[in-house]
Design a protein around this ligand. Structure first.
Ligand code: NAD
Length: 454
């Protein structure tokens, strides 16, 4: 019989309490094993990603397996620097003031289905590097990848310290009743709130990597030939099921036609006349998401695409114009290959429009006008920004990745993947030095008026 969640968490806590996860040599060896697992079973992971999402191999390699491998490499290369206790300046001469990187204890990592490998494995690697025990709960919506993680991880990593649990909503609801020392969640804003409420019971700190509508502004100065390619790439990658995919376009009416014409040309060039036959496009993860996406087709005029096939979980890359502002496609995060275009006359109008909604996870501004770009950077609060391209701010380890407001809290990637999972513990060490004690004794009673003058 599989152990209960309580037993799983207790087991991970025991291993942590025994100090098993703390030695740097152990962390390093486990991260090396992690790499070995990803390399030895790369083909099985790629097959699982085809089964879950029909991920084209290039996307699966670059943005799942190799993406995770790169982060593990980064952690390995930087581990000695990251774990090092830092000495900072003291106030009283003779003291030692230290910043200690202390692991939290037992970390729960909950992944989402759209990048089902890296969204579970990268945070878990950070938690291991930081010296925690880790419980990974991959998404049940991408079962092949979840099963592959559950199968291979225990073959490579220490079974007491690192565990994988599987399950859907009822199981996760039970799991969240347990006490963790840190929860790292990736998924929708609605479920993020549930996770935070559960964590609140024990005041457990959380990172929430959530979603939202990522706006994309294009003005008349943008090089449309390049801009359209960069926007469509960011949108059609993973068939639109990317948390930072450009969700909708804001542009002046005057450039809309040119944008649509160019988009038709580029989509045909990349995916052919019959896009369904293209080997370069994923499938939608589940039939219910096909239904949701199809319901958006009535929210505007379809100028590109619009076809779908529920049985094969297919929705064609689609562009909508004359979109109603209060329609479903503009209320929900699209999370699929449908790109609505709305018209604005000025950057200020675009900023006002964006700021009427919740703070986005990402924003894209395509413009050669620096003053206008700066306006967006100054006036829109968003998780991250790429100017004149899409998605790329998430691929630089020197740029922490995360949301703000409804799009999330906390961040990871690069150093932050480590720092997320440690408490920075300030430590002051004082000796029994007679000269120092003489100075310090001014704090002891009696509190004479003379002492106040010091
Ligand atoms: P999902 O259905 O895979 O859910 C994510 C996790 O939440 C899973 O582990 C799942 O088991 C759990 N879960 C689902 N319902 C639950 C419930 N009622 N109670 C407890 N746990 C529950 O993924 P999703 O939510 O459909 O993910 C899509 C969303 O995730 C989008 O909004 C997207 O923008 C966002 N996302 C964000 C990031 C990011 O890095 N910020 C990355 C990927 C996806």
């Amino acid at each position: 019989m599989a152990p209960s969640y309580k037993e799983v968490v207790e087991g991970a806590r025991k291993a942590y309490a025994e100090g098993k996860t703390r030695p740097i040599a152990f962390r390093r060896q486990q991260l090396q094993q992690y790499k070995k697992m990803l390399t030895d079973h790369k083909d099985e992971f790629l097959k699982a990603l085809v089964s879950d999402l029909n991920k084209p191999q290039l996307e699966a390699v670059i943005f799942e397996v190799d993406f995770a491998l790169k982060d593990v490499d980064f952690l390995l290369e930087n581990l000695d620097r990251l774990v090092k206790t830092e000495e900072v300046q003291s106030v009283v001469p003779g003291d030692k003031s230290l910043l200690v990187r202390e692991p939290y204890g037992v970390v729960l990592v909950m992944g989402a289905w759209n990048y089902p490998l890296q969204l579970s494995l990268i945070p878990a690697a950070g938690a291991i590097a930081a010296g925690n025990s880790v419980i990974i709960k991959p998404s049940e919506v991408s079962p092949a990848t979840a099963n592959a993680i559950a199968k291979y991880l225990p073959q490579y990593l220490d079974k007491d310290c690192f565990r994988v649990v599987l399950g859907g909503v009822p199981e996760t609801t039970e799991l969240l009743k347990e006490r963790f020392d840190y929860v790292f969640y990736t998924g929708s804003t609605t479920v993020g709130r549930i996770v935070r409420e559960a964590a609140n019971k024990y005041l457990t700190p959380t990172t929430l990597e959530l979603g939202g509508k990522c706006p994309c502004y294009v003005d008349g100065t943008a090089d449309l030939d390049i801009a359209v390619r960069r926007i469509l790439w960011g949108k059609m990658f993973n068939l639109g099921q990317t948390c930072i995919a450009p969700d909708y376009i804001l542009c002046p009416r005057g450039i809309q036609d040119a944008f649509v014409n160019k988009a038709k040309e580029v989509l045909k060039e990349w995916y052919g006349e019959d896009m369904k036959k293209s080997p370069y496009l994923c499938r939608i993860v589940a039939e219910r998401h096909v239904d949701r996406l199809v319901s958006y087709l009535k929210d505007g005029k379809v100028v590109i695409g619009g076809r779908y096939d529920k049985a094969s979980k297919w929705v064609e890359p689609t562009v909508l114009v004359d979109v109603k502002e209060n329609s479903g496609v503009m209320k929900d995060e699209v999370f699929g290959p449908i790109l609505p275009i709305l018209n604005v006359n000025t950057p200020d109008e675009a900023i006002t429009f964006i700021n009427k909604g919740e703070k986005p996870l990402a924003m894209y501004v395509f413009s050669k006008n620096k003053a206008d770009v700066d306006k967006f950077l100054e006036r829109v609060s968003t998780g991250g920004v790429t100017v004149n391209d899409t998605l790329h701010h998430s691929a630089n380890p020197n740029l922490p990745f995360g949301g703000v407001g409804y799009s999330g809290m906390g961040a990871y990637h690069g150093d932050q993947t480590f720092y997320t999972f440690v408490h920075i513990k300030p430590v002051l060490v004082r000796e029994y030095d007679a000269t120092q004690e003489k100075i310090l004794s001014a704090r002891y009673p009696p509190y004479t008026a003379e002492k106040l003058k010091i």
